[in-house]
Structure formats: C-alpha cells, structure tokens
Design a protein around this ligand. Structure first.
Ligand SMILES: [Zn+2]
Length: 377
C-alpha cells in the first residue's frame, strides 16, 4: 500500500466477511452509487470512497464499532480502511475479494427493483434528480394516463410537455381537422398536416418527441352520451374545450367517476386556470351553478386569441397535471388563477364548494359517487 508504516486493519476473505456481517459487523460499501444500485449487501451503508474522509465520523460516530469495508474487489476499500485506522477506528476489517462472491458464500444481498430502464434513466435524468420526483415519481408518470379534451390551442402545449417529460399514455379527444387558422397557436400541428385529423397529426408529433408514449385517439366530440366512457380509463382529465355544454357534461361525469379535471380557458388576452378535485374542492357547477348563454363563451374563431396565451395557460394546466399525478405541492383546487397577458399579471380568486351543488353538494356524497376503479379502462 505505502512504504510508510500503515496502521493495521485486517484483510478477510468472503466466507469470513459474511460470517462477520452476520455477527453484527457494520458493512460499509465504498463503491459508487451506480454500482450500489446494481445490487448490494443487505443492510450495508453506501459511503463512496470520495466521501469517506468527510463523512465517516458522522456515519459512524463510535470509533470502536466493528466495521467491515468492501468495494468491488478490495482495493478502494483497503484505502478507506487505512484512513479509518488513521482516524482512530479500532476494529476495521477489509474484504479482499470480489464482492460478486458474496451471494455465493451465503451472504444476504439486495437487488433493488429497477423502476426505470437504462434508456428511461438517461432520458429523464434531469427530472429524476428532483427530490419530489426521483425514480418512483418518474415511474408514476410513465404509468399515468392523461386525457386531453381537445388537441387544439390548450391541448398542444399540454401534450408536448406531458409527452416530453414521460407521461406514459396520452389520450386525445378531437374530431376536428387541422386548418390553416389553427397554426398560429396549435403547435402540435404544422403546414404539412393541413386537412389531417388533429388526433392523427398530434400522434405524429408525439411519436417524434417520445416514441415510448402511448397515444390513444378518440376521434369524436365529447358529449353527455360518451363522456363517461371516454374519461373512465384515465387518471387526470385536461379540459381544453371551448363551450359550456361540453364543460358541464365533463364536470358531471368527472364528479361521478371522481376524476380530477384541470380546467383552462382563454379569451383574447385573458386566460384562466383551475383544478377540480371531486369532493375535495369545488366543481365547475359550484363555480358556475347555471349555464351562461353560449355567447359568453365565444369560440376563438369569433373572438380571436393571442397566439402565446394558450401556450401559457396550457402549460399551467400541465403543471397541475404533474402535481396531481405525483401527489406533491398544492394544486389550484379551490383557486381560480387569472392571467392578463396585456398587463402580465396574475390574479387569484377563491372558489368554494357549493352545498347546494347538484353535482357535488350536500345531497351527493363521495360514497354515492361511483368509485373510479369500477370503470374499466
Ligand atoms: Zn359542485
């Protein structure tokens, strides 16, 4: 190891190391995280060689604790053992043998369930680093099913970012075709897709962005007759519709099936976003008990809309989807967020559950609503 006298630690073979571990020696693994992730001694503590000097006294305050150090073959752990002895640790042994023998010699071994494939680990690396997401959160996103009502202005940014960041299944409800006047804001589509069904165009874009994403195309218009069938198999619904009939039909079915709906609406320079979580916050009928006349919800084709506005509102919706799926943060349930693009200001108003709401009020309880699991995918 060195020419200088080195304080003593003892090298052991695998059979003895397994025996010492069973007798209560604390196992310190000085390999790197990636090596640990591939499998490690059950009950061991990971302390990569580069961290040993800085962290050992915090990890093992008792200098008389019996310690068994190992790495892949015994070289790195010999260096660590030498440092430990110099730091005053009195009972240090080093496994001088390949750790691959551990299992064969009867040692207890753990192989963590791999939640992500190597391709997924690379693709979502920046997102997995976020403590609130991690591998489990990414796995949750990959297993999630999100339904977008409309593959237009709001659906475009939502679909792009949900797809890019790994939501596994995107359902699209739209029976419209791509028109030239859509392209100013509906960024899922392009000039080469004019006349194509929006769901087909969206599928092409989504596949190009993330081939792992499953696209489910519903080439139909959402209405009271098909809404329960359409939303039944999904975890979260994103409402990008532009008429009151659809919103009320969606609301009533979503409350009944207990599906959260992320609501967005746009008008010229103004956007609104909120999230309806059945029986936890207000629903659309709590907010608007009676259906306003249709002229109060003029379509973009009549009223006009700023191109970036659905981008901003749609991404606020995507952000809500992530929090709902991951179960983190605070959603907009009970809060209506209003964005004024002209002044670049956000305002928020509180919205409350209405005890008299015909969809989710006192006459209706969560127990009476049909559990979501009763609906087939
Ligand atoms: Zn309600």
């Amino acid at each position: 190891m060195t020419d200088h006298p080195t304080p003593a630690f003892r090298d052991v073979d695998t059979a003895e190391a397994v025996r010492l571990a069973d007798q209560g020696f604390r196992v310190i693994d000085v390999r790197e995280q990636s090596e640990w992730d591939a499998g490690h001694v059950a009950g061991a503590t990971l302390l990569p060689l580069g961290d040993v000097a800085a962290r050992i006294t915090e990890v093992v305050p008792d200098r008389d604790a019996p310690l068994l150090l190992h790495c892949a073959v015994g070289g790195r752990s010999a260096r660590a053992a030498s440092w430990l002895v110099q730091l005053g640790y009195t009972n240090v042994v080093n496994l001088k043998a390949p750790i691959t023998q551990w299992k064969d010699r009867g040692g207890r071994w753990e192989e963590p369930v791999q939640l992500l494939t190597p391709v997924q680990q690379r693709r979502y690396a920046r997102q997995v680093l976020i403590p609130e997401i991690g591998q489990e959160g990414q796995r949750t996103l990959l297993d999630a099913k999100v339904l977008l009502i409309g593959a237009g202005g709001l659906g475009s940014p939502t679909a792009l970012y949900l797809t890019a960041s790994g939501v596994g299944t995107i359902g699209l409800v739209d029976d419209d075709v791509v028109d030239e006047s859509n392209l100013q804001r509906q960024v899922l589509h392009g000039v080469d897709r004019l006349g194509m069904l929006k769901v087909d165009s969206a599928e092409l874009t989504i596949r190009g962005l993330n081939p792992e994403t499953t696209v489910v195309k519903h080439t139909e218009r959402l209405g009271a007759d098909n809404v329960e069938r359409l939303i039944g198999g999904y975890d979260v619904i994103v409402d990008g519709t532009d008429n009151f009939d659809t919103r009320y039909a969606l609301n009533d079915a979503a409350v009944k099936l207990r599906k959260p709906v992320v609501h967005g609406s746009i008008y010229r320079w103004d956007g609104q976003v909120t999230t309806f979580v059945p029986f936890e916050g207000p629903c659309y009928r709590c907010m608007y008990p009676t259906q306003p006349p249709a002229e109060l919800a003029p379509a973009c084709s009549v009223a006009g809309v700023l191109g970036v506005l659905p981008g901003i509102v749609g991404l606020m919706q995507a952000n809500e989807v992530f929090k709902l799926l991951l179960g983190v943060g605070e959603t907009l349930a009970g809060r209506l967020l209003m964005f004024d693009a002209m002044g670049t200001t956000f305002d928020e108003v509180r919205i409350w559950r209405d005890p008299a709401c015909p969809a989710c009020g006192e006459g209706v309880t969560a127990d009476q609503a049909q559990p979501a699991s009763a609906v087939s995918a």
